[in-house]
Design a protein around this ligand. Structure first.
Ligand code: HEC
Length: 122
């Protein structure tokens, strides 16, 4: 009986702990969609570009690693750029960065990046 009670206690503890862990995760997710810049002016766009884009596209936009298309010669309109950065490329070579895909960037940051990369064109 004591053993039974003991194992129930353990089970309850495990369930409680996993619920708590779940609650923490949810909290983290919901926070990550809310924190971060809320206006374009607050975005440190260069920092974001260097952190998230430079590995494949390079500082000047024309590195072309991992099949990355050149941002220098790109003529993609802003709406498609936002779409692509948010949801990733159809061929899966560029991952989605939007928080809805558990990416690191909120909509303001994505808009800022989509605008910034236009300055790499020439
Ligand atoms: C893992 C490498 C990788 C990273 C990191 C990456 N990209 Fe890409 N990007 C690609 C690839 C590959 C393509 C071409 C996808 C295709 O073939 O459709 C691409 C295409 C693009 C295009 C479309 C260009 C065009 O005219 O077709 C834009 C815009 C773009 N990336 C912006 C970004 C931005 C902004 C970031 C950072 C948030 C970023 N990329 C991070 C690999 C990457």
């Amino acid at each position: 009986m004591a053993d039974l009670a003991g194992s129930n206690f353990i089970k309850t503890t495990i369930v409680t702990l996993s619920l708590l862990a779940g609650a923490c995760n949810n909290e983290k997710n919901s926070i990550s969609t809310e924190v971060g810049p809320t206006t374009l002016e607050e975005v440190n766009v260069l920092k974001l570009y260097i952190r998230h884009c430079v590995d494949c596209h390079g500082e000047n936009g024309d590195l072309g690693l991992m099949g990355a298309k050149s941002l220098v010669t790109s003529a993609m309109p802003i709406s498609e750029r936002i779409e692509l950065i948010t949801h990733g490329s159809k061929n899966g070579k560029m991952k989605p960065f939007g928080v809805e895909h558990y990416g690191d960037l909120n909509t303001i940051e994505i808009e800022a990046l989509a605008k910034y990369i236009e300055t790499l064109r020439h």
